[in-house]
Design a binder for this molecule. Sequence first.
Ligand code: GLN
Length: 463
Amino acid sequence: MNLEGYTLQLILREIENGSLSPEDVNEFYYKRSVELNSVLNAYITLLEPRSRAEGDLKGIAIAIKDNISTKGIRTTCASKMLENYVPPYDATAVSSLKKHGGSVLGKTNMDEFAMGSSGENSAFGPTRNPLNKEYVTGGSSSGSAAAVAADMAPIALGSDTGGSVRAPASFTGIVGFKPSYGAISRYGLIAYANSLEVIGILGKSVEDVKILFKMIAGKDPMDSTSINVDLKEKNISKPNILVIKSFVELSSEEVKKEFYNSIGKLESAGFGISYVDKFSLTDYMLSSYYTIACAEASTNLSRYDGIRYGPKVESASNWRDYISKARSFFGPEVKARIMMGTFILSAGYYETYYLRALQLRKMIKQEFEKIISGYDAVYVPTMPVLPWKIGKAIEDPKIAYAADVLTVLPNLTGSPAISIPVGKVREFFVGGQFIGLRAEDMKVLKVAAIAENVLQVKKNGRN
Ligand code: GLN
């Protein structure tokens, strides 16, 4: 039995009609994962299948990013700091999956503490792109994307603080959905920058991510920032979309060409296409994002002191020595961000940097809400470039920061955004993202499903 290219939708249908058994499905993904993981490094931890064929998910095992807590299963955040950490509880998203009959296939590789855009910043080594093993998968949900793209999992959970679900989805040619802020509970998601991040879903089709989204969305008493978004199907047949030209212009020639090409196809299929030349705050999105993200990271990561969390330090001469040795379990990118964040929040700089970034964020949100009014979604490329060779962003981290320029907007505004493959260059794909207003998740899912059907860039074989 070979399930290459199978969508979750198809698997569930075939289980329903008796042509597949949940045991066979789990066996297939487990075996294939064991076989491919030594090359792709998609999983940090893989679990032997233990199916209970019940619920809507029939016991199917799903890949979970290693910053999402799983009871009794090691959860490392791809860091030496949490190398042996076993959470005593499940994240709400995981317990919801289990309630629907899902199980955990393994914990996926990622940039350490979700800080990165390429999957290169992992203490467990980089994830390799199934489309070309010398290239990055994109990050920080690198392992979740590689696992889905290489048929090592039917579907996966990731997290998206500034693009971490959409970036690797774009680089590996799959679908990546970042829901509205709060639409999926963050309880049990190990915090990096809590005001920006969400749990997201990586799958082979828009329908697949929607199936999972509906199972795990909703207000959760354990997360006071969670909300109920309307989960009813939206009735749209000819979407009206808005293209922000100043975003497209930030992309490489190859990306631009494929992206404009996709617009032509959408237009022929009846999409209403409008253009706006400039989003006036384009130049401030990255600085606002990184200022807020680093500030929040420095506070969120203060708990890793070798006392509350993190490995015990064997010998230390005094308290300062203890803390400094304990903090040395962090990798270089995490340390750099904690230092930047601590500086940004320090007396005298707080107003200059942090407060300004918050003001900018508010202005960005207002401008976005203004330009999107009257449209079903904004449509822009996901990544301005194609995947780069492994090692490049380690040499020059600015490459990774710059690659986030088109993905941070929805995190600053709390909007839903979904990346789907919209073009192809050599062995790689170009991703395009549909962005909506906060809480209009079903609308962007609907628009993306129509676009996916029109473009048919990636025939995932069997739907
Ligand atoms: N690349 C961005 C960062 O490093 C986004 C990461 C993410 O979404 N977790 O902050």
